[in-house]
Design a protein around this ligand. Structure first.
Ligand SMILES: NC(=O)c1ccc[n+]([C@@H]2O[C@H](COP(=O)([O-])OP(=O)(O)OC[C@H]3O[C@@H](n4cnc5c(N)ncnc54)[C@H](OP(=O)(O)O)[C@@H]3O)[C@@H](O)[C@H]2O)c1
Length: 221
């Protein structure tokens, strides 16, 4: 049966992807830093796998062992959460490293392992990103580590698409979930966001390869 791998499924958007796909009867593999974070999804039938995106040992062990012959979709939805919250605040090296590691280095390490499997099924490799990754987004100096790391991820996707032309690489903005720093009028629920993205994914084809979908373009016309 075709399988979907959700990277960063312990909470938030990744959890909801796995949850909605399991409810539809899909075969779902899920990762978290610790498999104890995946109990609820495992009870629903998901296969939990430990993967700490910040750790070379964990990335190596995952790459050595992971195999899914019918892998049609990978959804990368991990975020270190921590970023700078003040205007023009320079992040510490550690904070910058965490953002680059989760959004860029870990995918750089995982793509050569996972993309050939997806290529075999002509599937999709999807990154959950943010509208702030667009060059045209009105810039501000808040969350510099987050913004610069997801912008770098765009270039990684473009490079990967050249190396693995059978895979459809996509970057998708999730829209904004409620948090202390977002305005109420901008909010959508995580269920709404994931529901819309899953509908959008059904419409994606090889011609949508290497595109960035902002939240507005998710909306049905
Ligand atoms: N929420 C929003 O409003 C919003 C807006 C725009 C974009 N996004 C994007 O959506 C994606 C998911 O965000 P979210 O809101 O769902 O965040 P979230 O609820 O905090 O989930 C982030 C996930 O990342 C995992 N994670 C963090 N560091 C990790 C590491 N080193 N190794 C492995 N897993 C790690 C966490 O799992 P563990 O428990 O295993 O650490 C957690 O399940 C991110 O790319 C984010 O930029 C979100």
């Amino acid at each position: 049966m075709p399988s979907t791998l959700v990277i960063g499924a312990a909470t938030g958007i990744g959890f909801e992807f796995a949850h909605q796909l399991l409810e539809k009867g899909h075969n779902v593999l899920v990762t978290a830093k610790e498999t104890s974070h995946l109990r609820e999804l495992e009870k629903m039938g998901a296969r939990g796998i430990e993967l700490n995106l910040d750790s070379d040992d964990s990335l190596n062990s995952f790459c050595d062992r992971f195999d899914a012959p019918d892998l049609t979709t990978v959804i990368h939805s991990a975020d270190p959460i921590e970023t700078t919250s003040k205007q023009n605040e320079v992040p510490s090296r550690d904070l910058f490293g965490k953002n680059m590691s989760t959004h860029v280095y870990a995918p750089m390490r995982l793509i050569p392992q996972l993309a050939p499997m997806i290529a075999a099924t002509a599937g999709r490799y999807v990154f959950i990103s943010s509208d702030t990754a667009k060059m045209s987004t009105e810039a501000c100096g808040v969350a510099l580590a987050f913004r610069t790391s997801i912008a770098a991820l765009n270039m990684l996707i473009r490079c990967a698409a050249v190396e693995y032309p059978q895979v459809c690489f996509l970057s998708l903005s999730s829209g904004l979930m409620p948090s202390e720093t977002t305005k109420v009028e901008e909010h959508i629920s995580v269920e709404q966001s994931v529901g819309k993205i899953l509908k959008l994914l059904q419409r994606t084809t090889r011609t949508t390869n290497v595109q960035f979908f902002d939240y507005v373009r998710h909306r049905p016309q």
